[in-house]
Ligand binder design. Structure first.
Ligand code: HEC
Length: 139
């Protein structure tokens, strides 16, 4: 009986570590696709976020360019939820915020509404990048 107890405890412990490791792994890479989260951040998400900011800070806003970067940020919000990447609610919340705020940025760009575009961009960084990084980056 005692032996059975210890076998049970040991398997719970090993199982727990395996789950923790899986959660850690899924944040850095999905299940089947080749691109790591780090590369998606650098080449897709931060690249388009920085480019959109540059556009919005310019004296004369290039709206076609804002539209391009907002569209790619919008797709990124879905990619972050794909391929088993999402480990928890904070991740899901911030990825969905990326979908919603980039859609708002796209809508503002269609109307060439600078104030609305800047507000949507501020929401995007506050509700998406910051929220997910606080919970998951460098941990
Ligand atoms: C759903 C979660 C999530 C969202 C949303 C998110 N990030 Fe990240 N980001 C991460 C994680 C996790 C890492 C660390 C990846 C690693 O080092 O394996 C990271 C890393 C980064 C890095 C460092 C990349 C490198 O080369 O080391 C940059 C830059 C970055 N994110 C920018 C952004 C920007 C800008 C946004 C918002 C537009 C954003 N991220 C939104 C999860 C997220």
């Amino acid at each position: 009986m005692k032996k059975l107890f210890w076998i049970l405890m040991a398997s719970l412990l090993v199982g727990g570590f395996a789950i923790a490791e899986r959660v850690e792994a899924q944040k850095t890479k999905g299940k089947t696709r080749a691109a790591s989260t780090k590369l998606l951040m650098k080449g897709l998400i931060a690249a388009n976020c920085g480019a959109a900011k540059k556009d919005l800070d310019a004296a004369e806003i290039n709206w076609d360019d804002v539209t391009l970067h907002a569209a790619l940020l919008n797709e990124s919000g879905y990619i972050l939820m794909d391929d088993g990447r999402c480990p928890d609610g904070e991740w899901a919340k911030s990825a969905k915020a990326l979908q919603a705020t980039s859609a708002a940025l796209l809508a503002a760009a269609e109307k060439k509404d600078a104030a609305a575009a800047k507000a949507a961009f501020a929401d995007l960084t506050a509700q998406s990048c910051k929220v997910c990084h606080a919970a998951h980056k460098g941990k």
